[in-house]
Design a protein around this ligand. Sequence first.
Ligand SMILES: NC(=O)c1ccc[n+]([C@@H]2O[C@H](COP(=O)([O-])OP(=O)(O)OC[C@H]3O[C@@H](n4cnc5c(N)ncnc54)[C@H](OP(=O)(O)O)[C@@H]3O)[C@@H](O)[C@H]2O)c1
Length: 321
Amino acid sequence: MKVGIIGVGNIGLELRGKLGLLDWDVEFVLKSDGVYKNEQKIDVLENYLSYCESVDVVFLAIPTSDDGKVASDYIYNIVNKNIPVVTCEKGALSNYYSRLEPYLDKIGYSASVGGGTRLLNYAETMMSEDVTSMHLIVNGTLNYIFEQMSKDESIGEAVKNAQRLGYVEPGATDILDIINGEACSDVPMKISILHNVCGLGKPIKAKDIKVKKISKIELEQLIDEAHLRRYVVSFRKNFLEEDGVIGGFVYKAGEWNICAGFKDISKNKIYMQLKSSEVNNAILITKGVYNADGIYKLKGPGAGAGPTTSSMIKDAMTFFK
Ligand SMILES: NC(=O)c1ccc[n+]([C@@H]2O[C@H](COP(=O)([O-])OP(=O)(O)OC[C@H]3O[C@@H](n4cnc5c(N)ncnc54)[C@H](OP(=O)(O)O)[C@@H]3O)[C@@H](O)[C@H]2O)c1
């Protein structure tokens, strides 16, 4: 199998290592300053498409430093050449979904939400008319930080460890900025992708979701209540105003009301079932009136280069079955 990789940071490097073990040939990598082969720059970035034509699949692992336009251009241009793209980037499918929707059969996107959990595939499979609510922990980094704090680690240590383990989105360094970045940028992107690929209604855009940032005082409260609170996103058909949520957003998407934020999970039996260790993500789906048709759950590793790249390779393999 011949492949190309766009972006060789945490994810791209791990991917390159794993592909080597599978005997897949990395024909080129793109960095922000050009096209590379065997660590040598071989061309300017603008000529990347001609290299894509000679591979079976392209992996995309660049940060979302804009609203996803750069990533969506890469995906659009490559799939238009009939070459599949596997991405873990979130901006493209959360803000440019309508542009990419006609090519979804050539896009592997499982790792863009839930890292290695395969949470999107699960939600897509479980989706039906009788789903009454969905509750999720989709930010593994925040889950990790709050889990560590509940084990008496300071927030400084927890964030430092999350960075060391490669869980934190590239960019921010200040603790409040990191927490707000994960909550205000990462979560709306993942939720929009989930909404869109599950066909929950007219596509939504992450950039239309206005998220309340947490203040320094609210951060102090979250530190004190770290053992009680997790960042939970809920989709419900009947609107339910939730009390005591810190930060987050309420967004109406067709028949679905999405309510997110740092919630006290100890007060809600459904939320307690989402509680997950380490960097895990979780999804819980209820079906039927009063959950009469069941409660369905999936948990798994939500961030980190290992699970994310495994999920990307699984996606790539589905193109060549
Ligand atoms: N880390 C995780 O656990 C995780 C999990 C799921 C999804 N993701 C997603 O994976 C993506 C990559 O994350 P990362 O942690 O690997 O980021 P990273 O370490 O910052 O690496 C990103 C790489 O992309 C390159 N790049 C940036 N803009 C580019 C462009 N326009 N064209 C070509 N290359 C470009 C950068 O190259 P230069 O150094 O040359 O600028 C850098 O090598 C992000 O979208 C992130 O949200 C990460």
